[in-house]
Each structure stands twice: as structure tokens, then as C-alpha cells.
Design a protein around this ligand. Structure first.
Ligand SMILES: Cc1cc2nc3c(=O)[nH]c(=O)nc-3n(C[C@H](O)[C@H](O)[C@H](O)COP(=O)(O)OP(=O)(O)OC[C@H]3O[C@@H](n4cnc5c(N)ncnc54)[C@H](O)[C@@H]3O)c2cc1C
Ligand code: SF4
Length: 328
């Protein structure tokens, strides 16, 4: 590991000031960043521990929930309001990592964890545009079973690994940010970027910008929601495909719906095409099939991951049918 300095911030202003140092990084639970430092993929000169900041979960005046970026993943998953009003979020978090990791990992760090593309971690042996821009991408013509089927580019076909972010995308969450110049908010769906020509730029965050909180809107529909993750092992594995969904059916028709996919793209994928196809239509298996087909029409398989298109189609249909109480 390259030598670095360490400081623990006790206030947001202090964190922003400390992070203005050259090559500084915020440190959450360290469950991803420290691994990346060991592999020498990340070489920060300074670490600013932000785990003492933003550690509360509060109901907002608008009837939603404001979750501090320093809240631990395990704490959020167990929170009674999350479990009752936003069960897809609780399930998504519990589908990730292990209890020990969830008790270390923070909300801010989970959103900014980096891809699990194996070539990205193979510092000595593989070319990777995300690690070293312009170098090339060994995944595109390599073993790409876990890689993206939507929104990829000729520079990078990696997927975003966070389960929690998929649920937050479906829930219309907002990200609260702080920088020396002031504060701002971003819709969660706009926080992460598709790879384009610059896969090394993964988010719309400015250098030194700090995530302070996530805000969930009041969304009664979300009380009837779920998260399903399909993976190679029953636990302790990243998603091949995941689906976060909420649906409200009235008189046999889809009154409202939220749908997002994980394991398919460089960012949590809000399934807007499927949602548009579903809204106002019949809540039937045939309609769910058509909606999944509409979303996946743009999917482009690589050599080894064509199975993901069928897996995504089946998982979307199964989740919607279960939530809507439609016989399979
Ligand atoms: C074995 C293993 C299995 C895992 N399985 C899963 C899984 O199945 N699903 C899943 O979703 N995740 C999984 N994870 C990933 C885990 O959830 C992440 O490592 C964790 O959520 C990152 O949170 P952290 O607080 O430890 O972040 P850190 O490692 O501390 O930081 C990650 C990044 O976030 C930045 N950062 C941290 N806080 C802030 C902030 N407030 N503002 C701005 N930047 C910030 C850091 O600078 C760094 O770039 C797994 C991890 C391991 C090690
Ligand atoms: S897919 Fe992206 S992260 Fe993986 S090797 Fe290619 S450029 Fe790197």
C-alpha cells in the first residue's frame, strides 16, 4: 500500500476542508476502498474518515425519509420504517455482502463502490480503460459472463455492483451533496454515468464533493415492493440480474409501477420503457412479458452473457406477477 495520511472529520465543513488536499479520498467503512488501496488501484495521499458525520435516519416534513450518508447498511436494512414502507430497500441491502460487511459499510460508500469487473482488479495482467484511460478493455473480447447488456460502450462493459442503489433508483431517491461552494441535490438515477468514452468518470460528483444524505420521497406504492437478486450462489455473491419493483393494481389495471434493474449496466438501470408500457394497462402476465420485452429490446449481449437477457426477462415477469398476485 502507498503511504497516506489519515484524519477523522467531525463536521461537514471540516471534511470538505480536509478533502481539498491533493489526492484525498473520503473513507466510509473502507470495505471497498481499502481493498482497492491494497491492490494499488487506488493510491490516495490522504484519507478523510467521514463515518462520524450524517449518521441519522429521520422522517421528513414531506412524509419521506432522510438517511445520513454515514448510516451503516445493516442499520438501514433493519430500520422499522424502511422495512414497512420501503421493503424493497431493506431486501436489497440484505441481499448484499455479509452481515459483518453490512455493519461496516456506509450508505455513501455503498453508492460509490467500484465495479467488480475481474479485469479491473487484475492490475498486473489486464488492460482496463477504467483503471488506466486509453489502455483498452480486456473484458470486451475476454470472459464477459458478468458484464453489461444495456448502455455499454466500446470502452467499457462493466456493471455497477450495488444492490442498494437499484432499489434507490426505483424509489426515486434524491442524493444530497456538499462541496466548498455549497450544497445541491441530484436524482439518484443521475448520480452514476454510463461509460461512453470515459469509463473512468463514474459519477456526476465534482472532485471533493461529499454525499451527506439520501432522501426517499413519500411513496405509498413502495409499501408493496420487493427486490429479487439472481446470482451464482445463494449468498455472498454479486447480482447477475436483480429487479426492484413496486406495483399498484386497481380494478385489474396497473395504476402505478416502479421498476429498476441491477447487474445489467454501468449504473442502476431504471426501467422506464417497461414502466411506460405497464402504466394504465392490464395487470396480466402477457402485459408483463411485453413490458420486459420493451425494456430489453436495446440489450446487446457480449460473447458470454447472452443468458442475461432471458434471465432479466424471466425475473421481471416473475417479480411483477408475484407482486400483482397474477397466477404464473
Ligand atoms: C466480499 C464482499 C462482498 C460484497 N457483496 C456485495 C453485494 O452483494 N452487493 C453490494 O451491493 N455490495 C457488496 N459489497 C460491497 C459493499 O457493499 C461495499 O464495499 C460497501 O457498501 C462500501 O461502503 P463503505 O462505507 O465501506 O465504502 P468505502 O470502501 O469506505 O468507500 C467506497 C467509496 O465511496 C467513497 N465515499 C465513502 N463515503 C462517501 C461520502 N459520504 N461521500 C463521498 N464519497 C464517499 C470513498 O471515497 C470510496 O471511493 C461486497 C463487498 C465485499 C468486500
Ligand atoms: S469492462 Fe470496464 S472495468 Fe472491465 S476491463 Fe473493461 S474498461 Fe475495465
Amino acid at each position: 500500500m502507498t503511504p497516506f495520511t489519515f484524519a477523522r472529520a467531525t463536521a461537514t465543513d471540516e471534511a470538505l476542508r480536509l478533502a481539498a488536499a491533493p489526492d484525498a479520498r473520503y473513507l466510509g467503512g473502507g470495505t471497498n476502498l481499502v481493498d482497492l488501496m491494497r491492490e494499488t488501484i487506488e493510491r490516495p495521499a490522504a484519507l478523510v474518515d467521514v463515518t462520524a458525520l450524517s449518521t441519522t435516519i429521520e422522517e421528513t416534513e414531506r412524509g419521506g425519509l432522510r438517511i445520513g450518508a454515514g448510516v451503516r447498511n445493516g442499520t438501514l436494512a433493519a430500520h422499522p420504517i424502511v422495512r414497512s414502507r420501503y421493503p424493497m430497500l431493506s431486501r436489497a441491502i440484505l441481499a448484499g455482502a455479509s452481515a459483518q460487511i453490512r455493519n461496516m459499510a456506509t450508505i455513501g460508500g455503498n453508492l460509490l463502490q467500484r465495479t467488480r469487473c475481474t479485469y479491473f482488479y487484475d492490475v498486473e495482467g489486464s488492460r482496463c480503460n477504467k483503471r488506466q484511460p486509453g489502455q483498452g478493455c480486456d473484458a470486451i473480447h475476454g470472459f464477459n459472463r458478468i458484464h453489461a447488456i444495456l448502455g455499454a460502450s466500446s470502452a467499457c462493459v462493466a456493471t455497477h455492483p450495488s444492490d442498494m442503489a437499484v432499489a434507490l433508483a426505483a424509489l426515486d431517491a434524491t442524493v444530497h451533496l456538499a462541496a466548498p461552494g455549497g450544497t445541491r441535490t441530484l436524482p439518484l438515477t443521475e448520480l452514476h454515468r454510463l461509460p461512453g468514452d470515459h469509463p473512468e468518470i463514474e459519477t456526476l460528483l465534482e472532485p471533493g464533493e461529499l454525499i451527506t444524505a439520501i432522501e426517499l420521497p413519500a411513496l405509498p406504492l413502495a409499501a408493496h415492493s420487493t427486490y429479487r437478486k439472481v446470482r451464482d450462489r445463494a449468498s455472498y455473491a454479486f447480482a447477475l440480474i436483480s429487479v426492484a419493483a413496486a406495483i399498484e393494481v386497481r380494478d385489474g389495471r396497473v395504476a402505478d409501477v416502479r421498476l429498476a434493474l441491477g447487474g445489467v449496466a454501468h449504473k442502476p438501470w431504471r426501467a422506464t420503457q417497461a414502466e411506460a408500457a405497464l402504466r394504465g394497462g392490464p395487470a396480466t402476465r402477457a402485459a408483463f412479458e411485453a413490458a420486459a420485452a420493451a425494456e430489453l429490446a436495446a440489450a446487446q449481449p457480449l460473447r458470454d452473457n447472452g443468458f442475461k437477457i432471458e434471465l432479466a426477462r424471466r425475473t421481471i415477469v416473475a417479480v411483477l406477477a408475484d407482486l400483482a398476485g397474477v397466477d404464473s
